[in-house]
Design a protein. Structure first.
Length: 367
């Protein structure tokens, strides 16, 4: 026998939607800026125009000849009011806005319809008067339905976009934490092991190692708690990292970091440069018996920054593929800049590997 399961409660009816329809969520200005900055699509606009044109054509066909002029005025007013209300509700969909536009729109439509009937002198009780008032009432009701649809559709669209942005942010945070977890543990373990051995052996390299390791931790501890940081700040963490590795590897590692002032202010996802340098040490320096040199250069030109990390090691293997660090770097780069940034790894013409990062030069407003 299947185990008994608790029956799910049926969805409760929200009776407030009967007398006060509209989205239950009120969006803040920040939410509207992030999730509602787009405009109605061309398809939606065309569909609305075609349907209103067809409705107008049908009403004109059934309208008595004497009511044609009045109906034309009412249809034109309905199109104008409907367009204005739809635009406002698209920009800020809310229950209150929908209620105000519905009451005001219906009131204006009925006042204009009644005023037109009186100006035309249509007698009370006549079929023509009743038909004109009925047509105005139908148009007023249609306006309220259209505005309700626009408001609900727009609210759901913004909520969906906000959920998508939240998921992207969570993925970005996880990638940033994974990058930190990937770089720091094995590096710190090896550095601390070397430091412990040198302290016990009273090696002169112990003090420089402790200073370089302290500088690295000071530069990298806040690194992965930010969504963006200045390239110059990460370059300092790279210098400390390479200083530690140079003490461990000795003459097998030579390095230089060039970071001009005009490129240092570029804002980048944290860990990008550090991952590229760590990758160069792991695959370019350590496998080489004679060691290798690593050179980091940055150039800012025409609103873009080109960052290169060059090592003189064995170069890329024919079957080389991106590891977890590079894959995360590409994902975070795409998250930050979309298709405006690229990251490539190539064999350098005179040997070794060349990593090239090209991205927009976007500086912090606080700098």
């Amino acid at each position: 026998m299947k185990p008994a399961t608790r029956m799910e409660r049926p969805e409760r009816i929200d009776w407030s939607q009967v007398w006060y329809p509209g989205p239950t969520r009120t969006f803040t200005d920040d939410e509207l800026a992030r999730g509602g900055a787009d405009s109605p699509g061309q398809t939606l606009l065309m569909a609305a125009m075609v349907n209103y044109a067809l409705l107008s054509f049908m009403l004109m066909q059934f309208a008595p000849p004497a009511a044609t002029a009045a109906l034309t005025m009412v249809l034109a007013l309905g199109a104008l009011i409907g367009w204005q209300g739809a635009q406002r509700l698209w920009r800020r969909p809310s229950r209150r806005g929908l209620a105000l536009w519905t009451m005001a729109g219906v009131a204006v439509m009925m006042l204009v319809t009644v005023g037109t009937v009186e100006l035309k002198g249509l007698p009370r009780g006549s079929a023509l008067r009743a038909w004109t008032l009925g047509a105005g009432s139908v148009l007023a009701l249609l306006l309220s339905v259209v505005w309700w649809f626009v408001t609900i559709y727009r609210a759901h669209r913004i909520e969906g976009r906000l959920r998508e942005l939240a998921e992207q942010q969570r993925a970005l945070d996880m990638a940033r934490q994974l990058a930190a977890a990937q770089i720091q543990p094995h590096f710190l373990y090896n550095a601390l092991a070397a430091l412990q051995h040198w302290v016990q052996a009273k090696d002169d390299r112990a003090a420089p190692m402790l200073a370089a390791l302290t500088g690295f931790l000071r530069a990298t501890l806040p690194l992965f708690n930010q969504q963006r940081l200045a390239l110059g700040d990460e370059a300092e963490a790279v210098r400390q990292y390479l200083a530690v590795m140079a003490l461990r590897l000795g003459e097998r590692l030579h390095w230089s970091v060039s970071m001009p002032a005009d490129a240092a202010g570029a804002m980048v996802p944290p860990g990008l440069l550090l991952t590229l340098v760590e990758n160069a040490v792991e695959h370019g320096v350590q496998p080489s018996l004679n060691g290798a040199a690593i050179r980091v250069d940055a150039v800012a030109e025409a609103g873009r920054v080109r960052l290169t990390v060059r090592d003189t090691g064995p170069g890329l293997a024919p079957t080389a593929a991106d590891g977890v660090g590079l894959a995360n770097s590409r994902a975070r780069l795409a998250q930050a800049f979309g298709d405006r940034a690229t990251l490539r790894l190539d064999n350098a013409p005179d040997g070794g590997c060349l990593a090239t990062l090209d991205m927009p030069l976007e500086e912090s407003s606080a700098r």
